[in-house]
Write a protein that binds this ligand. Structure first.
Ligand code: NAI
Ligand code: MG
Length: 335
């Protein structure tokens, strides 16, 4: 068993080593291969995602990724390494679960999974500007092929996890050729799964209901951009970004990464919550290595620690445990 570990920038360099320690505790035979990506790497070498990193990642098959800092202004030669990595590895499905965790900031009854298409939409990076820089244009790409495969992923997940409903989230009323296509193809594929209920919501309405009544959602199937936004939103009901895991899945590869970013506001202080990465690693164990008993153990250890009130500072907004101390507790819990 091999795992490519990419810490990335900011708190990635703190929370990923913590999660690796937890993984080692339950999978001592795991071979760890480190690789580099991110803004720091770009500053150093002019390359945010070196070809060598992609080679190592593909060869390992499984990747644990922290986060990369990406500026919100154009930088020649730079584009988001995680978006590029997902595309290079063809991890076309991004599973982002939010379930109730025993912290005061979480909402009881919430248990949803955002299934986010991961390879197209506005994230293909096809952006142009006029000479004056006064008009920007981005291409939104939706294809039948990508929509079919992400829809199959969503419905198969519904079947294997005993879930009832898949909600297609889109903005087909304004974008009939792109989101309208996504909606149409998703409904077509849904016919293969008559035991699962299918419904739909426009993305703005979905946002409203996700805030007001998050427990009404089960599986949320959506194109790339809406999935990105809605999964951060849902994370608030799971107890916060520090607790929100995600897994990018392809046919033969997987990249586990938290929903959160590099959190420059708290980076370097050793106080970031490693739970999101630990739970992302557990998703890798469950869905990629197909070891549900071990994944359950990790989830249970996190639950036990949080139930006791062992928190990092993000949970209550006051002094909390350090990243390392929290990882120690999880490792001890795992025996
Ligand atoms: P962020 O997710 O990094 O942080 C948002 C807020 O949540 C901050 O206040 C942060 O302190 C807090 N937070 C996030 N994770 C936490 C954790 N584990 N423990 C405790 N508190 C946590 O989002 P932001 O600030 O919008 O973006 C920062 C940078 O991260 C940007 O450069 C952005 O491009 C990048 N980013 C990278 C992603 C990736 O590589 N997958 C995903 C999202 C953002
Ligand atoms: Mg995001």
């Amino acid at each position: 068993m091999k795992l490519c570990v990419i810490e990335g920038d900011g708190i990635g360099q703190e929370v990923v080593p913590a999660a690796v320690r937890v993984l080692r505790q339950v999978l001592p035979q795991l071979e760890i291969v480190p690789a580099a990506a991110g803004w720091d790497k770009f500053q150093e070498t002019g390359d945010a995602l070196p070809a060598e990193t992609v080679t190592i990642a593909k060869e390992a098959g499984a990747v644990l990724f922290g986060a990369c800092s990406s500026p919100s202004y154009p930088v020649p030669g730079y584009s988001s390494p995680i978006v590029k990595l997902r595309r290079s590895m063809e991890t076309y499905a991004n599973l982002r679960p939010t379930r109730f965790l025993p912290v005061p900031t979480a909402r009881e009854g919430v248990d949803l999974i955002v299934v986010r298409e991961n390879t197209e939409d506005l994230y293909i990076g096809d952006e142009t500007t006029d000479d004056a820089g006064d008009t920007g244009i981005a291409t939104k790409r939706i294809t039948r092929r990508a929509t079919e495969r992400i829809t199959h992923t969503a419905f198969r997940l519904a079947m294997t996890q005993d879930r009832r409903r898949v909600t297609i989230v889109h903005k087909g009323n304004v974008l009939p050729q792109t989101d309208g296509l996504f909606r149409r193809v998703a409904y077509e594929v849904s016919k293969d799964y008559p035991d699962i209920e299918t419904d739909e919501l426009l993305v703005d309405t979905a946002a409203y209901w996700m805030v007001k009544e998050p427990a009404r959602f089960d599986i949320v199937l959506t194109p790339n951009l809406y999935g990105d936004i809605l999964s951060d939103m849902a994370a608030a009901w799971g107890g916060g970004l520090g607790l929100a895991p995600a897994l990018n899945l392809g046919d033969v590869v997987a990249v586990a990464e938290p929903v959160h970013g590099s959190a420059p506001d708290i980076a370097g202080q050793g106080i970031a919550n490693p739970t999101a990465v630990i739970l992302s690693a557990a998703m890798l164990v469950r869905h990629y290595w197909k070891l549900p008993v071990i994944a359950d153990k990790i989830d249970a250890a996190v639950n036990a620690a949080l139930s006791r009130g062992d928190y990092t500072a993000d949970i209550l907004g006051v002094d909390g445990m350090s990243t390392e101390d929290f990882a120690d507790i999880i490792c001890a819990e795992l025996g």
